[in-house]
Design a protein around this ligand. Structure first.
Ligand SMILES: [Zn+2]
Ligand SMILES: [Zn+2]
Length: 290
């Protein structure tokens, strides 16, 4: 067995430098050709990464709200890792701790206890919290391929960024009339898109515990925020999620659009995922008035 899976924590380095580097590199868009191809690659990579994080890192690795094959489990892990938010073991171990202690002194990212900026991105840059809590993710720490991603989270990121730049350059050579360039795919499709996904993800920890409506009087300050519901593909229905975290669906009403859940239903229809957990009727009835 790998030594990492037997210890309670894994070594981690501070995320401050990579996070700063990603933000600074966004300035490249000012020196790069924009237009529809830039917008298209930005949106495509944004949606791909938000889905990988919400359906993969959050609903699968953190909450086990559906089942899938080991192969698709790795696809979700790999796609999520290319979003440059570390690997699924680190991410899920800290998210599970958030649910165990939400908005108490022990919560690692409560805006109520530790302030907005700490909840938003301060905790991500903290060296102490850069360690993976393997004791929280023993169920997934037994897979060697996930442990490899845990040890080398930046390898898939560099490969994905290089592939984006190379495919932009190739399209430029093959179809110059499309107006696509390598730097355009790199700066809009990788740097700008990844930083946008950072802040939407971080907003679930900061904004969705401060601003929005509370349908359920749970023991924490989680809120349902419609704007984050749209931007984060369903994750903004955060009060619903804290009420019943083990289900794959976070929008409990027809108007609470939950794009990740709808995509999971499509994957279920294709037999790629199965046993999607739904909120019980009693929980839905509990919040019936709103
Ligand atoms: Zn929360
Ligand atoms: Zn959660």
């Amino acid at each position: 067995m790998n030594s990492a899976s037997t210890s309670s924590t894994g070594k981690g380095s501070s995320f401050s430098t990579p996070l700063l580097f990603m933000h600074v590199c966004c300035a490249g868009v000012f020196f790069t050709k924009g237009g529809w191809p830039a917008f298209g690659i930005f949106i495509a990579m944004y949606l791909l990464h938000v889905f990988a994080l919400t359906a993969g890192y959050h609903r699968y690795f953190s909450h086990k709200s559906f089942k899938t094959s080991r192969a698709f489990q790795f696809v979700l892990a790999l796609l999520g890792t290319t979003a440059a938010q570390r690997d699924p073991l680190w991410w899920a171990s800290h998210h599970r701790m958030h649910h165990q202690n939400a908005d108490t002194e022990e919560d690692i990212h409560s805006p109520k206890r530790h302030g907005f900026w700490w909840a938003h991105m301060g905790w991500v840059m903290n060296r102490r919290l850069s360690e993976t809590r393997f004791d929280k993710v023993r169920d997934f720490a037994k897979f060697p391929e996930l442990l490899w991603l845990n040890r080398h989270p930046f390898v898939p990121v560099v490969i994905a960024a290089s592939l984006l730049a190379a495919s932009g350059a190739l399209l430029n050579a093959l179809r110059p009339d499309w107006g696509v360039t390598g730097p355009q795919f790199l700066f809009y499709g990788f740097f700008l898109s990844t930083v946008a996904v950072y802040h939407v993800t971080f907003c679930i920890n900061s904004v969705a515990h401060l601003y929005g409506k509370r349908r359920f009087e749970v023991d924490d300050d989680s809120r349902n925020n419609w704007l984050l519901g749209l931007l984060a593909m369903g994750e903004g229905w955060h009060n619903n999620h804290h009420r019943y975290a083990v289900c794959a669906r976070q929008g409990f009403r027809w108007w609470e659009i939950d794009l990740s859940y709808l995509l999971l239903r499509v994957l279920q229809w294709l037999h790629i995922v199965w046993d999607i957990r739904e909120p019980p009727r009693a929980v839905l009835n509990e919040g019936r008035a709103s």
